[in-house]
Design a protein around this ligand. Structure first.
Ligand SMILES: [Zn+2]
Ligand SMILES: [Zn+2]
Length: 127
């Protein structure tokens, strides 16, 4: 179970992994980097910046609500991610353009194979 998937041992969060690898991730709840995190401590579990503590994440959330500043930070973060995604897309398109010729050749080969073997298109009702 979970042998081939991405599973973490109990008690290890993705954040701990990120820290172990020295990757600084922005806080999911306020969009700021962990050093500048403005999130308040959860009264129930004592976590900072854990989306699971906020209303609407789970049925069993910890009843916290996002402040206007947190929501603004989240939006900023979402915009930054979108920016990055668009840059990545542009790079990916560039890559695809280079790969496209090979891809077209391959597609043509497949189409030709279909013409050579029209039985693929025959339905059962044909004589
Ligand atoms: Zn935060
Ligand atoms: Zn909590």
């Amino acid at each position: 179970m979970g042998k081939f998937g991405w599973s973490l041992p109990p008690g290890v969060s993705h954040r701990m992994i990120d820290e172990a690898y020295g990757v600084e991730e922005p806080c999911e709840c306020c969009g700021k980097f962990v050093d500048d995190c403005i999130c308040e401590e959860c009264p129930k579990c004592g976590e900072y910046g854990d989306p699971k503590c906020y209303k609407g994440y789970f049925k069993e959330d910890h009843g916290m609500e996002y402040s206007a500043e947190q929501l603004a930070g989240q939006k900023e973060l979402a915009d930054a991610i979108e920016d990055e995604r668009m840059r990545d897309d542009a790079m990916y398109e560039e890559y695809l353009r280079e790969e496209k010729y090979d891809g077209e050749q391959e597609e043509r080969k497949i189409q030709r194979a279909r013409y050579d073997d029209p039985s693929i298109f025959k339905s059962n009702s044909d004589e």
